[in-house]
Design a protein around this ligand. Structure first.
Ligand SMILES: C[S@@+](CC[C@H](N)C(=O)[O-])C[C@H]1O[C@@H](n2cnc3c(N)ncnc32)[C@H](O)[C@@H]1O
Length: 251
């Protein structure tokens, strides 16, 4: 079911665009990303039997495929405030992982009370743009934005154009996301932190630059704060731009 090395060498390097999705479909794309995560776990020394936290998976199983390929068999806390997504992802993980799975139905700013004081790793795939949006939209607006189908690119483009007019508000939201990530890291004492925030093929294709730009700023700010511990993404299949991966190795 997994992808072969040949698949992973698609045009030498992974291209986030519609060709990739056309080639593999959403399921294949999730598996492809999972295969990169598997390599990251092994390359940066995450223990198979350890205690880890995944933040904001939504319903989308990408990291789960990576954990399954890696034969992870420890305990995973899944921080996901949307109850439907949390139920869906925990059910998917239960089917493919021999691990203990614990759902934490809380936002990032509140989740530390439900987490241990010491964890081995914190991992997240493409969480930052949605976290920024979550602070800028009302709950109804957030659901509408994320409920909008791919066809509704113009709605998303206009929404972001409007939001971006209030620069101060956007910067405040970004700073909150940065602070919440730092609080999570400081209060759970991880050995490894990995956040993937590659460019979204959908936003790129539809000329909606703001979410990728703001998310990248947030990623860079977290990287800067923990500069001493920051490593380069060494996986050669990394998704287009290695700078869009944050890897902090504390020990
Ligand atoms: C769609 S998923 C992100 C993409 C997904 N990880 C992937 O790999 O494709 C975004 C999730 O972030 C969650 N989210 C938004 N704001 C959050 C916050 N402040 N703390 C934790 N999760 C948040 C949302 O509930 C949503 O399910």
């Amino acid at each position: 079911m997994g992808l072969s090395k040949k698949d992973l060498y698609y045009k030498g390097k992974a291209k986030i665009d519609n060709r990739m999705i056309n080639l593999f479909g959403d399921f294949g794309w999730n598996q492809f990303t999972g295969a990169i995560w598997e390599d990251v776990f092994s390359r940066y020394g995450m223990q198979k039997k350890s205690l880890i936290v995944e933040v904001a998976p939504g319903k989308i199983n990408k990291i789960g495929w990576g954990l399954s390929r890696y034969r992870f068999n420890g305990k995973i806390y899944i921080v996901e405030p949307d109850i439907k997504s949390l139920k869906s992802i925990t059910n998917q993980y239960k089917r493919i992982l021999k691990a203990e799975i614990k759902g934490v139905e809380l936002t990032l700013d509140k989740c530390t009370i439900a987490l241990p004081k010491k964890v081995n790793a914190i991992i997240a795939n493409h969480p930052l743009d949605d976290m920024i949006s979550g602070k800028l939209f009302t709950k109804k607006g957030f659901d509408k934005f994320f409920g909008a189908t791919y066809k509704n690119a113009s709605f998303k483009r206009e929404t972001w154009k409007k939001l971006d007019k209030d620069k101060k508000r956007v910067e405040k939201a970004k700073q909150e996301v940065i602070d919440e990530w730092c609080k999570l890291i400081d209060s759970t004492n991880p050995d490894l932190v990995v956040i993937a925030q590659y460019e979204s093929w959908f936003f790129k294709l539809n000329h909606i630059p703001q979410p990728d730009k703001h998310a990248f700023d947030v990623l860079q700010a977290i990287k800067k704060k923990y500069k001493k511990y920051s490593l380069n993404m060494k996986n050669k299949y990394y998704i287009e731009d290695s700078r869009r991966w944050l890897i902090l190795k504390f020990r």
